[in-house]
Write a protein that binds this ligand. Structure first.
Ligand code: AMP
Ligand code: GLY
Length: 428
């Protein structure tokens, strides 16, 4: 069977890597892919296609039996709707269902309607009213551009001035274009974050293992927000009781609510959660796709074949699927380019990418293959990944490999996984 994966990040390298392991799969095309999907695996092949027409023609001509969409942008632009119109099998939500991610206002109104726990909020298009709301509520307060802004549209303002400046940049200076023409202003929440991702077929739900991302650039959660600097799975904060609670209070009402509202959600559904000291949960955001970098440690821990699960999900038969997980922990450390997340420096040669340990893998993100070299081509360059029976061992392995890999100006956090040690007593 031939599969098509859409995207070019670390998440898509991990999806292609996992699907290529299936005995049912002959070839996984990745459009457009990266330096990692261009090297080292005969069953993975990059293909450069520019738009949905080209992708649809390619899928028809090459008898692609399943297309998997990695990033949110093509989903929000209706790639699933387009493939369906041509009778092609694709895994992901329609444009309408993807609004859970593509419009913060849609997501907040949906949560309010279906009584899914989330921060108090209001949505504004008028600058004066937004200012008045900020002054009424006080800081800290959180300002969010309504539309997709590649993880950069959320400002956690510590002062009222900062909040007002954020609103001005969105509503007056148009910093985020259309995405910022509406702003959601919401209550500041404290606690620990966790990512809870499930597969949904519109009705049935299959949860993945829990994971935890690290959004800030620097150790100890300092510095600017990024796309994500590392992740591990499972996240010990999500114990069995909390898992149950998240399923009952967030995930099930979301899938049922979407169905009720006429937007069957088929795809990966990602709830970003804030968990307070009493284990109360609030939903920070929904994504309509797998997280990046959470995908890398998650898929690295899946023992069973993922392909039949995704095929079943596209046919509404997810209840017939299970996922088997390896015991222990996996961890991914993102190596980023110099000056990320601002204007990353690109085009540097990456060396020492060899990895001979089957418990480690280097997922590529912002890389490209030029002649026989791998060059940096994006802000987040690599997702160095390892697994072991305990987290401290996995952490040791991942940082050994990270130290080995060289490119000019590389930067990475050295504390990925530490948060989990506060909850598990294995580190000695
Ligand atoms: P979002 O894209 O909505 O998940 O926001 C990005 C990041 O901003 C989250 O992962 C949190 O770290 C932070 N954040 C978002 N909303 C809030 C909130 N209401 N209170 C505190 N931090 C938040
Ligand atoms: N790692 C966060 C995200 O993918 O949105």
């Amino acid at each position: 069977m031939k599969i098509l994966v859409i995207g070019n990040g670390g998440r898509e390298h991990a999806i292609a890597w996992k699907l290529a392991q299936s005995n049912l799969v002959d070839l996984v095309y990745v459009a457009p892919g990266n330096g990692g999907t261009a090297t080292g695996n005969q069953k993975i092949k990059n293909i450069n296609l520019k738009n949905n027409h080209e992708l649809i023609d390619f899928a028809k001509q090459n008898n692609i039996e399943l297309t998997v969409v990695g990033p949110e942008l093509p989903l929000s632009l209706g790639i699933v709707n387009d493939f369906h119109k041509h009778g092609l099998n694709i895994f992901g939500p329609t444009k309408e269902a993807a609004q859970l991610e593509s419009s913060k206002d849609f997501a907040k109104a949906f949560m309010k309607k279906h009584q899914i726990p989330t921060a108090d909020y209001q949505t504004f298009t008028e600058i004066k009213k937004a200012h008045a709301y900020i002054l009424e509520k006080g800081a800290p307060i959180v300002i969010k551009a309504d539309g997709l802004a590649a993880g950069k549209g959320v400002i956690v303002a510590q002062t009222e001035d900062e909040a007002i400046a954020a609103v001005n940049s969105m509503l007056a200076d148009n910093k985020f274009g259309n995405a910022g023409a509406r702003v959601v202003i919401e209550e500041f929440l404290t606690g620990e974050e966790a990512s809870f991702i499930v597969i949904a077929d519109g009705e049935n739900i299959l949860p993945l293992a829990s994971s935890q991302d690290h959004k800030r650039l620097l150790n100890d959660d300092l510095g600017p927000n990024t796309g994500g600097m590392g992740a591990y799975s499972p996240a010990p904060i999500v114990d069995d009781a909390l898992h149950e609670k998240i399923m009952n209070l967030v995930i099930k009402p979301t899938v049922q609510g979407m169905k009720q509202d006429g937007f069957n959600f088929v795809g990966f559904l990602y709830a970003g959660l804030m968990i307070d000291a009493n284990k109360n949960i609030k939903t920070l955001e929904f994504n309509c796709r797998l997280g990046d970098p959470e995908t890398q440690p998650l898929l690295f821990r899946i023992k069973s074949d993922l392909l039949p699960v995704l095929l079943n999900a596209t046919q509404g038969k997810l209840n017939e699927s299970i996922i088997e997980w390896e015991d222990g922990y996996s961890i991914t450390v993102v190596m980023a380019a110099e000056n990320y997340p601002n204007t990353p420096k690109l085009g540097d040669v990456i060396s020492q990418l060899e990895c001979n340990d089957s418990d480690c893998f280097i997922f590529h993100a912002g890389t490209k293959k030029v002649s026989e070299e791998i060059l940096t081509s994006g802000g987040r360059v690599l997702g160095v990944t390892a697994k072991a029976m305990n987290l401290s061992e996995a952490q040791k392995k991942v940082y050994q490999l990270t130290k080995q890999i060289q490119f000019k100006g590389s930067q990475y956090r050295t504390d990925i996984g530490n948060k989990a040690f506060n909850r598990i007593s294995e580190k000695s």
